[in-house]
Design a protein around this ligand. Structure first.
Ligand code: ZN
Length: 100
């Protein structure tokens, strides 16, 4: 449980615990020194060998999705289901960006 930081290069997620005060949103990966992505506790890392899911995750993170679920605007919420392919991931990001 708790929030996580994800490195898509190394395909790892590190737990940040649940103490909001201590969250590190600008973490660099301890292994490759690349930027890590801060994600909601709903995020579950697939196996490192799962290229397909990691490509989808990378796309979602680069598009600004942080795995909060539901993702809410002022008037509406949308629910996230893990996309079966990149087309579905793109459709989700389009919906997410329509929210105000
Ligand atoms: Zn890394």
């Amino acid at each position: 449980m708790g929030y996580k930081n994800v490195c898509v290069n190394c395909r790892i997620s590190l737990s940040e615990g649940t103490n909001y005060e201590l969250f590190n949103r600008n973490k660099t990966c301890p292994t490759c020194k690349d930027k890590m992505y801060f994600v909601n506790e709903k995020f579950k890392a697939p196996k490192k060998s799962n290229d397909k899911e990691w490509k989808i995750i990378e796309y979602l993170l680069l598009s600004g999705y942080d795995f909060r679920n539901p993702y809410c605007g002022y008037e509406q919420c949308i629910y996230f289901e893990f996309p079966k392919n990149l087309q579905e991931a793109e459709a989700f990001i389009r919906e997410m960006r329509k929210l105000k």
